[in-house]
Design a protein around this ligand. Structure first.
Ligand code: NAD
Ligand code: ZN
Length: 371
């Protein structure tokens, strides 16, 4: 069964198919693959071993002979250099605008292949086939593509929607426990910023979800995708409400940068959400009871909240100021009013905070999570 969710309202409508046996579904071929003369699967070395030959066989049966480009797995590959490498591979293959990319992998692959597709020959189509929970519920949705730079995370990129997104939930079964669980930080984020009832649902079903119960997982992924697409539809280019999706990310991105990406995005964001929720309490916006419930759900999903790295408060502070969302070199934060609702005075979805408040947040971070 598949449930198409249409991202109408964005520059290009983009259907999302949620499925549990994608290679037996007709969708991929029906989605206009044959409109392009050439096809290239972009994946990483882990996912290649697991799923690339299955996908290539399926395409071959449908008379599509795809090329394969596989890169080293992990955040270290999400760079300008790797984007150039992939583009050069496409040039070497002599491919032009009549080429469609298929991004098969986690958020690193969808972000990187999306960026390559958006820029190669001024833009070629791409279909996302996300294979991590993180990519299914967040990275593949909303059209943000890009790469990291030594100056910060996702600092070079473009907004560009894929042609379609196809999720095969069964691919999650091969994910390692830490990679699987780290995806829940964005699921929890969607509940925290938008939907109290979903938060309750996650709290009540944490055990089943941790055991990868496919029924619960499907419902959770659908809900999470709906929340993200509902927000993106209102503000594709992030000039307003979409900024709430950055909850936990001002701190989270800084943590990724200062630890040289040795902690996963999901876990950095989980810590980031707790610190930003803590600052929300200190600002008198969020109650400490609600804060405790947020801490509890992180425990329920076994988020490893200890960052075993030798990082200094001043380094994190410098990285925070480099964040894309900074205005006049002042870091901007999404704060919470309650579970399911962010604080947005006069429709300002991010707020700047006094340095003393930032210091309180960072002291909490250092005491609770670092070391
Ligand atoms: N564009 C956006 O809006 C957006 C939103 C959220 C996250 N992101 C980005 O996504 C990235 C993180 O994504 P991620 O957590 O998926 O990381 P990832 O792509 O590095 O995947 C994590 C690991 O899982 C492996 N893997 C992938 N699928 C697998 C499977 N089915 N079975 C076994 N192993 C598998 C990969 O090889 C990798 O080692 C970050 O760069 C983050 O910035 C982007
Ligand atoms: Zn994120």
């Amino acid at each position: 069964m598949s449930i198409p969710i249409d991202l109408h309202g964005t520059e290009k409508p983009c259907p999302i198919f949620i499925n549990d046996d994608l290679l037996n579904s007709p969708h991929l071929i029906d989605l206009g693959l044959k409109e392009s003369n050439h096809h290239v699967i972009i994946t990483d070395d882990n996912v290649r071993l697991l799923y690339a030959s299955k996908l290539m066989e399926y395409l071959q049966k449908n008379n599509i002979h795809a090329h394969l480009i596989s890169i080293a797995p992990g955040e270290i590959s999400k760079t300008r250099e790797m984007a150039t490498f992939v583009q050069d591979q496409l040039f070497e293959l002599g491919l032009g605008r009549d080429t469609c990319l298929i991004a098969l992998g986690g958020g690193v692959i969808t972000d990187l292949a999306g960026y390559v597709a958006a820029t190669y020959c001024r833009g070629i189509p791409v279909i996302y086939m996300p294979t991590t929970l993180m990519a299914m519920v967040d990275a593949s949705l909303g059209g943000k593509t890009g790469v990291n730079t030594p100056y910060g995370k996702n600092l070079v990129g473009v907004f560009s929607q894929p042609k379609a997104i196809i999720l095969d939930i069964s691919t999650l079964n091969s994910l390692s426990e830490p990679e699987y669980l780290s995806g829940f930080s964005e699921v929890i984020k969607h509940a925290l910023i938008f939907d109290n009832e979903f938060f309750e649902y996650l709290s009540s079903n944490a055990d089943g979800l941790m055991n990868r119960d496919s029924h619960l997982l499907k419902k959770t992924i659908e809900k999470s995708c709906l929340i993200k697409t509902t927000i993106v539809k209102q503000d594709e280019r992030e000039s307003g409400i979409r900024a709430i999706c950055n909850f936990g990310h001002t701190i989270g991105h800084a943590l990724e940068l200062v630890t040289d990406y040795s902690i996963s995005h999901g876990y950095a964001v989980a810590v980031g959400m707790l610190v930003e929720a803590y600052m929300s309490v200190k600002l008198g916006l969020l109650s400490s009871v609600e804060f405790q419930r947020i801490r509890n759900i992180m425990d329920r999903f076994s988020m490893p909240l200890k960052i075993l790295s030798n990082i200094a408060l001043e380094d994190i502070k410098r990285a925070i100021i480099l964040d894309k969302k900074s205005r006049n070199k002042m870091p901007m934060f999404v704060t919470l009013k309650r579970i399911g609702e962010t604080y947005a005075p006069d429709s300002q979805f991010t707020i700047s905070i006094e340095e003393s408040m930032l210091d309180q947040g960072l002291n909490y971070l250092m005491q609770e999570f670092v070391g």
